[in-house]
Design a protein around this ligand. Sequence first.
Ligand code: KG4
Ligand code: ZN
Length: 333
Amino acid sequence: MKILSIETSCDETAVAIVENGRKILTNRIYSQIDIHQKYGGVVPEIASRNHIVKLPYIIDEALAESQLTLADIDAIGVTNGPGLVGALLIGLSTAKAMAYSLGKPLIGVHHIEGHIAANFLQYPDLEPPFLTLVVSGGHSHLVLVEDFQTFKVLGRTIDDAAGEAFDKISRVLGLGYPGGPAIDLAAQNGNPAAIAFPRVMLDKNKFDFSFSGLKSAVLNYINGKKMKNEAIDPNDVAASFQMAVVEVLVRKTIACAEKIKIKTLCMAGGVSCNSLLRKMMTVAAEEAGITLCYPDPILCTDNAAMIGSMAYYNYINGGESDLSLNGIPGMKI
Ligand code: KG4
Ligand code: ZN
């Protein structure tokens, strides 16, 4: 079954064609980062307008690259939430029009479930149950994937998402947008032990995260130095901040896996590209006897292939949508 999938929940205009939920035939991504960079973050209205302009071309590119025609496509998958409502509606309207005119099934996909499904593309034999750490610009969740349709949230951030914290700290350090890759890079030249930022572990028996206290601690450090006219080393701040985030993510995730006695752990979402997170989670998982999976960076950040994979599992489990499918900005997992 070949599914053409569309992802427009934020600032990537993405189209993919995925076969049977596991094989990528094409994965086209038009990133609007250059356009939003000068504003220091994504401007929703601008994102929507660019999706409208670019999406038809990206669909054509995807078909051309896979040497397929619309007649070869068996269904249309689309992200319908969570995300920016205007941006979601562009992808959704396009997907509905295609499904209706082609007489093919329409399948709505939850963006976060899509991020998790990126692991099915990277590891063709991966099957639930497994635990997933989903860390993106808007989410930090520990999700138990019991089967292809049952996702249980065991922990979540009570304030900022991990990616949001990376983006904010990068902005105040003047390292630019998106912040995650910029901090990752700066941290390679910094000392992670230079500044003792807090590790907020919250309740030991719970698996929730909190990053707003850490963010304030970094801002206070930078402001304190500025007031005293003392120089700061952005590389040291980046490295120390990154270590504080990653230590909490790794400790909480491994503790959660051990508590529920699960032996397979996946990572998903843009922050799972982070080099220190990958390194430290690999070591911790090995020590705990846990198999660790994480997709290539191109499948961790927003893309439509992950939506095509999840759409397949929704479809074969009776999850076909009808044309009343709506965009749900705050869609719960
Ligand atoms: O999953 P994603 O592409 O979009 C959302 O669904 O939010 O994640 C984007 C987030 C941004 O906050 C970005 O700064 C972060 O992922 N990110 C990283 C890295 N690469 C991207 N964070 C830390 N280290 C990275 N290397
Ligand atoms: Zn995402």
